[in-house]
Design a protein around this ligand. Structure first.
Ligand code: NOJ
Ligand code: CA
Length: 551
């Protein structure tokens, strides 16, 4: 059972509210059979690492049978495991191994689209009169010929592909190999809810729901309007505003239905959870909590909050983001924070090595469930991929625009041996050049490494109720200093994060009485009293508390 001794604020039922989620990109975590591709037995072999790291739940990106046009986000069978990743038996073993260590397991659910090789699509495409024709988005050509409207695919080109045999176009928000399901069709919904039940019965603790906001499209297929903010040369899919393709009325009903399905499997011992992938403005995002007038929350428990991914990395900007987000949350809603994922450049590449330490402290001390992308705990950076080595269809379709996602999917460096301990074969993507020092084995021996910092912060977060479940209070830190307090009962913790290049004095008014450092980003002041003339060094973060109230 998920319960931490001495921490009465946390219960097994709401592990997702107070725990930490760790994202595994399965192709890149650990290979077990020398084919250069990570797999389920590889993940199983590394569970103890994750326990020692101190995370609570694993989210594994798609592992289902797939032609791999989009590396698993094009699924040809929702209820099996791709042979590259292992078998259902390997999966069941992983669930059991995770459970025995108190780790939760979250799968990726990809409801918006299947692979074009999925039997449903093959049947749908076979004839206009097929029983599954309406399971996908089929439209006649525009009156003068060509696609039915101006909608664009997210990976370049139109969102429509012509099917010669039946004379109609099918819609796809992503690649032509990823046809969109028709979520207005009740049979589709029922079939997809059965997919959820299939995995819930096998013991998964929840799902990260891929592009949740895309599921419904405009019933009359109106053109999307131009985006006035579009800059020529940028991602062409941003040239239109997705008014008629995302976040449509009716989505809240779909979300409520999905939540009903996972709730069928929740009990007092352990809640099953939905985490929504939602790139939406703040107020729209909040709607996905599904707050009712009576104050119940019927939506996804964690609508992903991606604001730190796109934020300008300045104290004042982040201060505003956190305050606005806190103020916008419906009563009782669980906040959450994300620094990176398999679609976005890594945090250490965006803000540099010192900034990445400050970012780690931010992620793990804000109020809300943190999601940690594999390898960020080592300070991994984006790994350049030569043009002839590119794997990502986004980079292949739109080369040279900096959109490709291979760099952030580089294999996990476990040691400084051959292929960094990731594989005995040829890794599917290049390893980090700095793997001799940036790897688990080396960093585990260095008390000041990034890994040591992550372990320390995760342990503190788990130990101290102020950090895992305390309230959030914005403080005024000064020009480049983000400052806030977290309080639970008598315990008050103050976090000070210096985003600037200069050392700054810490105002006495910010300090808890008799302050001691619980964590410093340099891992060189932990346990020290802050002293009489305290200083926050350039790019330093500190977690402070009153000496008597710690531990
Ligand atoms: C979002 C996923 O995170 C991304 O990797 C994928 O390419 C698209 N959805 C399409 O499924
Ligand atoms: Ca393998």
């Amino acid at each position: 059972m998920w319960k931490h001794e001495g921490n009465s604020a946390m219960s097994a039922d709401d592990w997702w509210r107070y725990g930490t989620v760790y994202q595994i990109y399965p192709r890149s975590f650990q290979d077990s059979n020398g084919d250069g591709i990570g797999d389920l037995p590889g993940i199983a072999r590394r569970l103890d690492y994750l326990v020692t790291l101190g995370v609570d739940a694993l989210w594994i990106s798609p592992i289902y049978p797939s032609p791999m046009a989009d590396f698993g986000y094009d699924i040809s069978d929702y209820c099996d495991i791709d042979w590259r990743f292992g078998s259902l038996a390997d999966f069941d073993a992983l669930v059991a191994d995770a459970k025995s260590r108190g780790l939760k397991l979250i799968l990726d659910f990809v409801p918006n689209h299947t692979s074009d090789r999925h039997p449903w699509f093959i049947e749908s495409r076979s004839a206009r009169g097929s029983a599954k024709r309406d399971w996908y988005l089929w439209r006649d050509p525009a009156p003068g010929g060509g696609p039915p409207n101006n909608w664009l695919g997210n990976f370049g080109g139109p969102a429509w592909t012509f099917d010669e045999a039946t004379g109609q176009y099918y819609g796809h928000s992503f690649l032509p190999e990823q046809p969109d399901l028709n979520w207005r069709n009740p049979e589709v919904r029922a079939a997809m809810y059965e997919v959820l039940r299939f995995w819930l019965r096998r013991g998964v603790d929840g799902f990260r729901v891929d592009v949740l906001y895309h599921l419904l499209k405009d019933e009359t297929f109106r053109d999307n309007p131009p985006n006035p903010a579009f800059v020529a040369g940028g991602d062409p899919s941003h040239s239109l505003l997705p008014l008629y393709t995302t976040d449509l009325p009716g989505m809240q009903q779909v979300v409520r239905e999905m939540r009903g399905v996972v709730d069928e499997f929740s009990d007092g011992e352990s809640a099953r959870v939905l985490i929504g992938e939602l790139y939406l403005p703040l107020q729209r995002l909040m709607a996905y909590y599904g707050a009712t007038k009576s104050g119940l929350l019927h939506g996804v428990q964690l609508p992903f909050n991606f604001q730190l991914i796109s934020a300008d990395w300045q104290a004042a900007v982040i201060d505003r983001i956190v305050r606005d987000y806190e103020a916008a949350l419906p009563p009782g809603a669980a906040p959450n924070w994300v620094l990176g994922n398999h679609d976005k450049p890594r945090i250490a590449s965006r803000v540099g090595p010192a900034g990445a330490r400050v970012a780690a402290m931010l992620l793990l001390t804000l109020r809300g469930t943190p999601t940690l992308y594999y390898g960020d705990e080592l300070g991994m950076t984006d790994v350049p991929v030569a043009p002839d080595q590119v794997q990502d269809p986004l980079e292949r379709n739109l080369p040279g625009k900096g959109l490709g996602r291979d760099p952030q999917r580089s294999p996990m460096p476990w040691g400084d041996g051959a292929n960094a301990g990731f594989t005995d074969g040829k890794p599917w993507l290049p390893l980090m050049a700095e793997r001799a020092t940036c790897n688990v084995a080396s960093e585990a021996c260095d008390p000041r490494s990034m890994l040591a910092l992550y372990r320390h912060l995760l342990a503190l977060r788990r130990r101290d109720a102020a950090l895992n479940s305390g309230s959030y209070e914005a403080l005024t830190g000064g020009a480049n200093v983000l400052a806030y307090a977290r309080t639970h009962g008598a315990q008050r913790v103050v976090v000070l994060l210096n985003f600037g290049d200069d050392d700054v004095p810490i105002a006495q008014t910010l300090l808890p009485p008799d302050a001691v450092v619980l964590a410093s980003t340099g891992m060189d002041r932990n346990g020290s009293p802050i002293g009489a003339s305290p200083t926050l060094r350039a790019h330093e973060g500190l977690v402070l508390a009153t000496a008597a109230a710690t531990g």
